[in-house]
Design a protein around this ligand. Structure first.
Ligand code: SAH
Length: 342
């Protein structure tokens, strides 16, 4: 609940208005895990809250720490027994958390582990938020940025994601600027227009992964609904409205989307747009059988884009030793719920 909503609740309960802000601060600035801790609230209110509400908390089912780069992967168990995963990454410019927005995913991208077992349910705003709060509590370190690039399609859980952003951004809570948040989507065009009209300061990332509709239709079923020209039109609208540069993600899959001709084609698509291309060596997912393009060919692909004046970087792999890519850990947990020692 936002502060105005909590104020409404407090009024209903016959409590003074200022209790709403106190409660909000306990939940979102001090990140309390129980109502008992909220020392400046009267005992009667704490009891009432405990009887009628719950603070969202997860059980950490597994925690894996990379020996290579200190990346931490968390597998959380939700109160209904579902699993969700998020990743805490350390960069030179600060810590970042990659969070999930749904349990499973409907989108069916052929290279993605998160969608293989289908869709289970949306995450609530507080379940998305808790993936930021839990590592803050666990590591005691600050979090400078967030990426909505874990399990799920954020724009398919639009209302909850927007509410999450509002809570994240609240000055009385974590007070994180949306400039430090990236939202990644496979391209739900209608929602991109909605988001553009909100004019938020977040960075939009588009999972493009193909330079033409033939390849994209094959690897991303969403493309059968919204073709590339329609998607890019929505992206242009987004940039016109927000003046924010869009980031395009392009996972390189050997023999599928990685030829020099496809790099040229991609450059043609993006020419003149305020954009950045993030080239990602595809992570191996068993069912898909895709393999990453080799290093030399990735550099060649990047060079072609750069020659056309398109800014392109190659994503660094973090947590390679701990299955840190999206969906990999949950997938293991639901296939083989055995307890392992890490
Ligand atoms: N549903 C959203 C966000 C989640 S996926 C989206 O599609 O953008 C985060 C990113 O990882 C997306 O760009 C997705 O396409 C990419 N991805 C998924 N599986 C991958 C794999 N096996 N290798 C590399 N990138 C992958």
């Amino acid at each position: 609940m936002t502060i105005p909503e909590l104020e409404g609740l407090m009024a209903e309960w016959g409590e003074p208005k200022f209790r709403a802000k106190q409660l909000f601060q306990w939940l979102h600035a001090r990140r309390a895990l129980s109502f008992d801790e909220m020392g400046n609230l009267p005992l009667s209110l704490r009891q009432k809250l405990a009887g009628r509400a719950a603070v969202t908390a997860f059980t950490t089912e597994r925690k894996l720490v990379s020996k290579l780069d200190g990346t931490i992967k968390y597998l959380y168990r939700l109160p209904d027994g579902e699993y969700v995963e998020s990743v805490f990454m350390r960069y030179e410019h600060g810590n970042s958390v990659c969070i999930s927005t749904q349990v499973g995913c409907k989108m069916g991208c052929s290279f993605c582990a998160s969608t293989k077992a289908g869709f289970v349910r949306h995450l609530s705003p507080s379940e998305i938020l808790e993936q930021v709060y839990a590592p803050l509590r666990d590591t005691g370190e600050p979090v400078g940025s967030l990426v909505l690039m874990g399990i799920g399609e954020p724009l398919d859980n639009y209302d909850n994601v927007l509410r999450f952003l509002e809570l994240l951004n609240a000055p009385e809570g974590l007070n994180m600027s949306l400039r430090h948040v990236s939202l990644s989507t496979c391209g739900l065009v209608d929602r991109i227009y909605d988001l553009a009209d909100r004019n938020l300061q977040l960075t939009l990332s588009i999972s493009l992964h193909a330079s033409n509709d033939r390849v994209r239709d094959e690897i991303m079923p969403v493309n059968r609904r919204y073709k590339i020209p329609e998607l890019l039109k929505a992206c242009r609208y987004y940039t016109d409205k927000t003046h924010r540069r869009i980031s395009y993600e392009y996972s390189l899959i050997r023999g599928v989307n990685d030829t020099p001709a496809q790099a040229e084609e991609l450059a043609g698509l993006l020419k003149g747009m305020l954009c950045h291309v993030n080239l990602i060596p595809v992570n191996y997912v068993e069912e898909a059988g895709y393999h990453s393009t080799g290093r030399a060919q990735i550099y060649a692909f990047q060079k072609i884009l750069m020659q056309h004046g398109i800014n392109a970087t190659i994503r660094r792999t973090l947590g390679a030793d701990i299955s840190a890519a999206c969906g990999q850990l949950r997938r293991t947990a639901i296939q083989r719920p055995a307890k392992e020692t890490d």
